[in-house]
Every structure is written in C-alpha cells, then in structure tokens.
Design a protein around this ligand. Structure first.
Ligand code: HC1
Ligand code: SF4
Ligand code: SF4
Length: 575
C-alpha cells in the first residue's frame, strides 16, 4: 500500500497503480476523453491533469504512478484553468451543431465543456480540413462524421488493441489529420466488421449507428402492416440505465408493456430463438463428432455473432467450414414468424414487419444479408429503442410487467445467458449432453479455466459418454485471432466466439453507462451477472425443456437437424 494526500486528506492506493485509477477507485470523478478502461494509458487529451501540491506542476493522472508521500490537488485553480483551456481548444475545432447532433444526449465533450465553463469562440484559428468533409454513410451500419472527430484515438485503439483489426487509424498530419480507414477507403470498403466497439467508445458524435427509428415508426403507423418486435437477451438488463436504474436491473416484462404501448402487434422473445439455436447447434455438434468430413470439420465454431462471422469471412475464409450453419437466434425468430406464425395467424407474410431490438450494431448488417431472405426488416440498437421510448414519453421503469406473446414467447435460462460471454457454449453443452446421454447435467457444474494472462480465452473439458469434449470460450476478436493461429485450435471440438468484450452485454449498441467510459467494465459485469441470475432463477434451464420449442418441432419442424429445420433455420457463408 502507498499513502498519499489528496486535497489535504489522506488516501491509500495500491503500489504501481496510476493516479487515475486510484482516484477513481476512491470516488473522485476525474474527466478524460481519451482513456479506455482496461487498456494502457494514452495521455492524449490532458483533461485528467492534477497538481503536484506545492510545486505548481501539472501531471496527467492517467500516466502518473502513485508514490509514497505524494501530495496532489484535484481542483486547484491551475487544474481548473488547464482543463478549461483543453476544452476551449477542442471547441475551437468542433462544429457548434449540438442542438441536432445524434449524440447530444450523452456527448462527453458537451457535458465536460459545460461543467468546466469552457467558452465557445475562446480560440479562433485555422480549422482542420475534416470539418468540411461529408459524413461517410457507405456502410449499412456505422456513420463516420469526421467533422465532429476530436482525435481522442479511442476508436483507433479499441479497434486495434481490443479487436486486433485496425480498420480505422490516424491519417494525415497537421491540419489534414483525421481518423479514417486507410488508403482513402470508405468504411464499407475497409476491413471493419461492424462490431460497433468504436461507436460505443466515441465520446462525441463522430461515430454513430445508421438510424432505423424512423422506418419503425412508419411501419407502426401503417394500418396495413402488422409489426412484430423481438428483444435480445442483453437488452432487458440495460434499457433501464437510461431511466435511472443501476446496470443489470432486469426489465423484461416492462419492455414488453412498453412495446405494446408503442403499437407493436406482437411481442416475441429472441430468447425463444436462442433455445431453438441451441437445439440445432447441439445436434450439429453431435453430428460432427460422430464422423467429420472436410466439409464439417471440428472444432465447431458458434455463428450467432455477426461481427465474428464477418471477421471469419474477411480474414480467415479457409476456416469457414468450421462455422456452425445455424442462423443466429433473432434470424431464426424472423424466419419462423414469416414462414410459420404468419400462416397460422392468417397474415400475409408480406404485410409482416419484424423489428429486432438488439445490443448490437452488426445485426443491422446481418439482417441485410441476402441469404437470410429478409426475415428481419429493421434492427434497433438498445440506444435507438431508448430514443423511441423517449419520443413516446414512456418511462419503461414505471410500467406494469406484461408477458410475451405465445408461440415464440417462452424461453429457458439457457437462452438468456446467450447475452454474456460463455453463455452460448454453456447453453449448447447442456442440451448436447442430454442428446448424447439422455441425462441432464447440473448447469452450475461447468467450470471454465482462464487461459493465459487476461487473454480472453477460457477452456473446459466435458465428458460426453466415453468421449471428452474439448471446449473454449473466446471474448473479443484479438483473442479469436490468437486462437485461430495457435496449434491448440485443431485440438478443440467446440468454440464460442463473441466479438464484443464480455459478449453482447458489452455490445456496440448498448447504452453508454451513466458514469461514462469509467463505468463501462462495471456495467458490463453487472448486466452479465443479472442474466446469470435470471438463468439460476428459471424453472427451466435447458433449451430442450422449452415447451414452445418442443411444440414447434412436433407440429412443424420435425426434429433438430431435419430437412425443414435446415431450410428455415440454417444458412451458408461467403468468402
Ligand atoms: Fe446477442 Fe444473440 S446473444 S447475438 O449478443 O445469439 O445482439 O443479447 O440477441 O441473435 O439470443 C445480440 C444479445 C442476441 C442473437 C441471442
Ligand atoms: Fe473497428 Fe469494430 Fe469500429 Fe469496425 S466497428 S472500425 S471493426 S471497432
Ligand atoms: Fe453483436 Fe453481440 Fe457480436 Fe457484439 S458480441 S457484435 S453485440 S452479436
């Protein structure tokens, strides 16, 4: 332990800790625009300066390590003036478009400028060329508006250091500098996989998702269209954050009620699709285990994360045969709604409009894939859904919970954990075990071991009759690349990969935590543990026990892996 004095009061910190993490742990709110939780310090924005008491020297808290006897001040006149100056310089090169900016609600620059009394127009000078550049709207998913970029580098670092991709980087020098894909490419032409981790981290309005809110309102107001909503697992434990709940507050029933208020005709659960995915994927795993050919090799890789699928198509096409052919849960729901539910309800599928509410930006890309046949018509991120609720004046936390609609509304604990890293593999193993042995394994008995130092890979061996199944869970695409390139890959049987750190709970379409980037890891963990809590409290914890899933197989699909299942629930990939 190291003892220091902060604003005249004693404080303890861990040796080797940075001042920023020590101060934040002690409850000080230290502003930063470039720092990213879990990554090494960057020291770019200089907003986190504190004063070394007595010396008048300012140091950046993110790069300074704590030292015994250190005395610092966090809000001396010099500190406040320095912070105001940094913000005024940023404002001098930033369009004054806050009133209609997509990020007005939660723009970190706007909040900090107001907090520190930064004046607009304090500095006048030449502007960066990027200010006159038009937004890049080339992709179906992410808009990049270089004029709003403040060059904090968060998107560059998360894409490079967390995802190992480097789709965007600093380009040019001096007044020409901007953040963009290399070689003048647009985002659509770049190697971007649309995970949205950069969007989640951007402190201003320079990166945001393509907006589907208006087309959903239009469908809702069209009397000849029946509108269906489905909700992803991770959304139910994060929507409340925009209405003042702590991260992880489960609001499933309240969200269903809100969707009915908004005018949706049917509210189904993506969790139902997750249970269906488990049935199909477990059957696929057992089939591959029973005899593999070059077209169905092991390990089987999960395929419900569209950023991961795009990553493999783009960077490792030679590995595509490993990818499960199962469609992702929300695409399974879309397909069953249009091909089966519509007929049962006597509705022309052409008049059905399916909206997926997802923690994910990449799902917007997935929904447009031709081979999926337009089963899903629009994808709203959690943030877009929150904006719709606000436009309708609905506080979701104040509504009385309502149940989902029957036929695709029931789900088990195995489905809800899809939203956190590791959940898909655990859910699939519960059912694969049952299919192979006729017995249920104790869900809580699966204990995964962390591999390497925070490498984002966990391992588990599961005995399946006389065979030991070697499984792994991978978190983030940099870790995925490491596994794909390691000799260990060929020795595995089943691997889950989710592109976003922590899985969908940390998805690129999730609300930014009230505490900003500083609260991001905590929020992710709280959401994941809430999903695990829903699973533990569920009366049914295995997909094969879902009565609605059983009924769908009995009356329409036949059995997992049947010919009809393949037509409706599976897909293929394109290198
Ligand atoms: Fe996900 Fe999935 S878990 S991919 O993260 O398999 O988006 O939550 O809906 O489809 O179920 C996302 C979450 C989600 C699908 C499921
Ligand atoms: Fe990189 Fe993901 Fe952002 Fe694309 S969406 S630029 S892959 S972080
Ligand atoms: Fe989307 Fe989830 Fe994959 Fe992130 S981990 S890209 S939120 S599906």
């Amino acid at each position: 332990t190291v003892r220091l004095t902060v604003d005249g009061r004693p404080m303890e910190a861990r040796a080797g800790q940075t001042l920023l993490s020590a101060l934040r742990a002690a409850g000080y709110e230290i502003p930063t625009l470039c720092h990213l939780e879990g990554l090494p310090p960057f020291g770019g924005c200089r907003l986190c300066v504190v004063e070394l008491a007595g010396s008048g020297r300012l140091v950046t808290a993110c790069t300074q390590t704590v030292a015994e006897g250190m005395e610092i001040q966090t809000s001396s006149p010099a500190v406040r003036e320095a912070r105001r100056q940094v913000l005024e310089l940023l404002l001098a090169d930033h369009p004054q478009a806050c009133l209609s900016c997509a990020r007005s609600d939660d723009c970190e620059l706007r909040v900090l400028a107001a907090r520190w009394g930064a004046r607009v127009g304090a500095y006048v000078g030449a502007r960066r060329k990027a200010q006159d550049e038009a937004p890049d709207v080339s992709s179906e998913v992410i808009v990049r508006d270089p004029g709003k970029c403040i060059l904090c580098g968060r998107c560059v670092r998360v894409c490079q250091e967390v995802q190992g991709i480097g789709a965007v980087d600093f380009v040019g020098r001096g007044f020409d500098v901007t953040v963009a894909p290399g070689f003048g490419a647009s985002l659509a032409e770049s190697g971007c996989v649309y995970c949205g981790q950069c969007v989640l981290r951007c402190p201003v309005g320079a990166l945001y998702e393509q907006d589907h809110v208006e087309r959903v309102w239009q469908a809702l107001h069209d009397p000849s269209t029946r509108v269906v909503a489905q909700i992803a697992p991770a959304v139910r434990v994060s929507v409340g954050e925009a209405f003042g709940t702590a991260p992880g507050a489960p609001l499933t029933g309240q969200i269903v009620a809100a969707l009915r208020w908004l005018g949706f005709d049917y509210v189904f659960d993506t969790n139902f699709g997750a249970d269906l995915t488990v049935m199909e994927e477990a059957a696929e795993l057992l089939r591959r285990l029973s005899g593999t050919g070059p077209r169905e090799p092991l390990p089987l890789l999960t395929s419900c994360c569209p950023a991961w699928v795009k990553y493999l198509e783009h960077y490792f096409p030679e590995r595509l045969a490993h990818l499960s052919t199962c469609r992702s849960p929300h695409e399974m729901v879309g397909a069953v709604v249009k091909q089966h539910f519509a007929a049962r309800a006597g509705i022309d599928p052409e008049r059905l409009f399916v909206v997926s509410i997802m923690p994910c930006t990449a799902k917007k890309f997935e929904a447009r894939r031709e081979e999926l046949g337009g089963a899903v018509d629009a994808v709203l991120t959690t943030r877009e859904f929150i904006r719709m609720l606000r436009q309708a004046g609905l506080d979701v936390t104040r509504l009385a919970p309502e149940p989902m609609d029957p036929l695709l509304g029931q789900s088990t604990g195995a489905a809800v954990i899809f939203g956190g890293s590791g959940g898909v593999a655990q859910a699939a193993l519960r059912t694969a075990y049952h299919m192979a042995t006729g017995q249920d394994l104790t869900p809580d008995a699966l204990e995964w071991t962390e591999l390497g130092a925070g490498g984002g890979i966990r391992r588990l061996d599961v005995a399946l009759g006389d065979r030991v199944l070697r499984c792994a869970i991978v978190d983030g695409l940099r870790a995925a690349r490491a596994l794909l390139e390691s000799p260990e890959f060929e020795r595995l049987d089943f691997v889950e990969v989710m592109a976003c750190p922590g899985g969908c709970v940390g998805g690129g379409g999730q609300p930014r935590p009230a505490a900003g980037e500083a609260g991001s890891v905590e929020a992710r963990l709280a959401r994941a543990s809430a999903l695990a809590g829903i699973d533990r409290a569920s009366p049914l914890r295995c997909a094969h026990h879902n009565p609605e899933v059983q009924a769908l197989y009995a009356e329409w699909l036949g059995s997992p892996g049947s010919e009809r299942s393949h037509r409706v629930l599976h897909t293929h990939y394109r290198p």
